[in-house]
Design a protein around this ligand. Structure first.
Ligand code: ZN
Length: 243
């Protein structure tokens, strides 16, 4: 500090360096929040978030709560005609993070499997839409707010459950015929939600941690018995923001 915050950025290019080819003045772009070096091994593998020489807008270098943002050619994605940068700026973190987790989950979701989304907020409501678009799984949304569950319902989930009204464990057991959910996307990451995992995750399934703030405190034997995994998720790859 002092540092300008702001990691979800989109806008118009106002000036470019002499060697920039990808964009020119006036182009609308969205900015991946991480500026990468391009030459370290994680960069060569496409693992944007693992870059060994990265800077993160608003976290380790000045961000976008300002008139101008300095970023790199490697970090900008030109936008198609008609896309307003202001409307899609949150995809630079909220959108890409939800998409990144769902993309991993979808690899493990077969038709007939069940997916659970915990928390239909700023990221979760995007996660629900990605799951619906990218898998044939049956989807259950969990949230404490009825308004969030109504949104999830409008966005195409198959079941909704409010923990204040229903027993989540019994609900998931019922809608999955006792097998549990193959993939759980936890956009809350509180103690109370990580504790669902042994009871609602199917054998061999994954409980994805996307939200954070709580802890994972489960007996190691519960992971052995059910062979489920806790899976971490951090933002996403440059290519995932393009997608
Ligand atoms: Zn790198």
């Amino acid at each position: 500090l002092p540092m300008t915050l702001g990691h979800e950025n989109a806008g118009q290019v106002v000036e470019t360096g002499d060697e920039v080819d990808v964009v020119s003045e006036g182009d609308p772009v969205i900015c991946h929040p991480v500026q990468t070096c391009g030459t370290c091994r994680p960069c060569r593998l496409g693992e944007t978030m693992y870059c060994e020489n990265q800077s993160f807008n608003g976290l380790t270098t000045d961000g976008g709560f300002a008139d101008y943002l300095l970023t790199s050619e490697r970090s900008v994605i030109p936008l198609p005609d008609g896309v307003d940068p202001a409307e899609i700026a949150p995809h630079a973190d909220a959108g890409i993070t939800a998409y990144h987790a769902v993309k991993k989950a979808v690899d493990e979701l077969n038709p007939g499997d069940h997916a659970v989304v915990i928390g239909v907020g700023g990221l979760g409501h995007i996660g629900v839409q990605c799951l619906d678009a990218m898998s044939a799984a049956e989807i259950t949304a969990i949230d404490l707010k009825d308004s969030a569950l109504e949104l999830a319902d409008d966005l195409g989930v198959d079941n909704t459950v409010n923990p204040e009204n229903d027993d989540v464990r019994a609900f998931i057991e019922s809608v999955t015929d006792g097998t549990g959910a193959a993939q759980v996307l936890d956009f809350v990451g509180a103690d109370v939600t990580t504790e669902y995992a042994p009871d609602i995750t199917a054998a061999g399934g994954d409980h994805h941690i996307i939200g954070y703030g709580g802890h994972v405190h489960e007996p190691t034997q519960s992971l052995v018995n059910g062979e489920f995994s806790y899976v971490g998720n951090i933002v996403g790859r440059f290519a995932e923001l393009q997608e």
